[in-house]
Design a protein around this ligand. Structure first.
Ligand code: AMP
Length: 137
């Protein structure tokens, strides 16, 4: 059982900011930035690849609701929505969750990506596009 199931079952303490039958949201213990919150389906899906459509749809409604609450509570000008899937992507708790990370001027939160556009031709993009479209069926 993951630590999030223990939170859902009230076996360990947490700071719950939203709850309904399917979804719970609570403060992330690390508080990467002030108000850092996790939105979690109660059913212990491991990652995005396991989520069913209904849960995903409802979960994202809650993401929007809690994001708006964070914006109002902390007068936010920025918010990152992050979800790590798999150890390689930085997932540490293997119960699906979405991070809501409020942003403040000069906070020390980093998300680094390198632009590799110059390494791709138009044909490369077309091939990638086809692979992804074909994989949807
Ligand atoms: P991830 O790396 O995406 O799997 O994120 C897991 C998150 O869970 C981290 O940001 C942790 O700080 C957070 N976390 C771990 N234990 C707890 C806990 N008991 N209560 C709240 N958040 C937790």
């Amino acid at each position: 059982m993951t630590i999030f199931e223990k939170i859902i079952k009230r076996e360990i303490p947490s700071y719950i900011v939203y709850e309904d039958d399917l979804v719970i949201a609570f403060l992330d213990i690390s508080q990467v930035t002030k108000g850092h919150t996790l939105v979690v389906p109660k059913k212990p899906y491991v990652n995005v690849f396991e989520l069913d459509d209904n849960t995903a749809a409802h979960l994202f409604k809650v993401v929007v609701k809690v994001s708006k609450a964070l914006k109002k509570a902390f007068n936010l000008e920025g918010l990152n929505i992050v979800n790590n899937n798999g150890k390689l992507a930085g997932q540490a708790v293997f119960h699906y969750h979405i991070h809501l990370i409020p942003r403040y001027p000069n906070d020390d939160f980093l998300m680094k990506g390198v632009n590799h556009n110059s390494e791709y031709t138009k044909e490369d993009f077309l091939k990638l596009k086809e692979l992804i479209i074909n994989a949807q069926s």
